[in-house]
Design a protein. Structure first.
Ligand code: PLP
Length: 383
């Protein structure tokens, strides 16, 4: 590919142009998909294009990884087959014998993977409320803790962790900080700017944005030994993204800024509308001034507080389930970050060992007309 602009441009411009490459032969402005699993060698047995096998060396990755690296302000990115594959790689890459500290509030699958697979395999994990930096300081063990892993805002309570504070605590103990930035996206938060060493994404969500790709990514602030080991995990364990999915991901990322800004503004509207609603006990949303962690979120999130919120319905689990069944416009489905609004009763989905309150409905705000979303929730809550 040629035509790459070396002029530094705004992240919005970079994303909109998908990294901007123009095919020198055809002039195509959209990159091709490379389905080939293998690459030929010439008569001298040298690789023709510098690639040998496409397990994790697929040219379709290059542009996506380059764009995400720039959006996050990192040094390098590796795509994975899913957000969970990216998350797992972050832990699997640690040298044997190290401890990790993980947020108590995170996407359900992360602590489940840690408890059910990583801990039995020998990883020592301390879970803590990372929203409380004193608690984090108390649990991080200098010289022993290798990795602090946080998610902010945390799915589905949207609790906020102070990234700069967590980074300072991790670094003082000789550990690194990884941040799951799935919900905030680099549109709103760039964890590396706040001191994080790694950023993890379920690219399935906002980065792709159209509920049609499962993908993950790890972005590194620097290309150190741990980053090389993340690469080894991908290469040798092989949880790689398919080229078609990588191509779709780049297509989705072109509209990332438009989508996330719209979704954040709409989520803020919804949160404010239902904050004092007679049928709602609490709205969990970092954009509400009364929400714990709002001040930290206002500091580390730029231009909005994200498209995710949760509503706690008065009357408990039965009232929440009754309301969700009456919705006509919201789609009752798991996942988040797509252009269509989704709603989910996490307590049911995470059964039997869910910590999520039974009265909580998680809302992923799409790009529909926000008044129609509010009206749908209003009629569902009215019964
Ligand atoms: N991280 C967060 C915050 C998530 O919400 C999810 C999935 O919902 C994941 C990671 C896992 O991602 P994936 O489903 O792409 O494996």
């Amino acid at each position: 590919m040629t035509g790459r602009s070396d002029n530094p441009v705004a992240p919005e411009t970079l994303a909109a142009q998908g990294g901007r490459t123009i095919d020198p032969i055809t002039g195509a402005i959209i990159p091709p998909i490379h389905p080939s699993t293998t690459y030929a060698r010439d008569e001298t047995y040298a690789q023709i294009g510098g690639r040998g096998y496409s397990r994790d060396d697929n040219p379709t990755y290059d542009q996506v990884e380059a764009v995400l690296t720039r959006l996050e302000g990192g040094a390098a990115t590796r795509l994975f087959a899913s957000g969970m594959a990216a998350t797992a790689a972050m832990f699997q890459a640690l040298p044997p014998g190290g401890r990790v500290v993980a947020s108590r509030d995170m996407y359900f699958g992360t602590p489940k993977w840690l408890r059910e697979l990583a801990v039995p395999a020998g990883l020592a994990v301390d879970f803590v409320d990372t929203g409380d930096l004193d608690a984090l300081t108390a649990v991080v063990r200098p010289g022993a803790t290798r990795l602090v892993y946080v998610e902010t805002p945390a799915n589905p309570t949207w609790k906020v962790t102070d990234i700069a504070g967590a980074a300072a605590i991790a670094h003082a103990a000789g550990a690194v900080l990884a941040v799951d930035n799935t919900a905030a996206t680099p549109v709103l938060t760039r964890p590396i700017e706040h001191g994080a060493d790694f950023v993890v994404h379920s690219a399935t969500k906002y980065l792709n944005g159209h509920s049609d790709v499962i993908a993950g990514a790890v972005v590194a602030a620097g290309e150190d030994d741990l980053w090389e080991r993340v690469g080894k995990v991908r290469h040798l364990a092989g949880a790689v993204l398919g080229p078609f999915e990588a191509w779709l991901l780049l297509r989705g990322m072109r509209t990332l800024f438009l989508r996330v800004r719209h979704q954040s503004a709409a989520a803020q509207r919804l949160a404010e509308h239902f904050a004092d609603h007679p049928a709602i006990a609490e709205v969990c949303y970092p954009g509400l001034p009364g929400f714990p962690g709002h001040d930290i979120a206002a500091r580390q999130m730029r231009g909005g507080f994200g498209g995710m919120l949760s509503l706690r319905v008065k009357g408990g689990g039965a009232a929440a389930l009754a309301a969700i069944k009456r919705l006509r416009l919201f789609v009752r489905a798991t996942s988040l970050g797509g252009v269509e609004s989704l709603i989910e009763h996490r307590h049911t989905i995470e059964a039997p060992d869910s910590d999520v309150p039974a009265d909580l409905l998680r809302v992923s705000v799409g790009i529909e007309v926000v008044e129609e979303l509010i009206a749908d929730l209003e009629q569902a809550l009215a019964g």
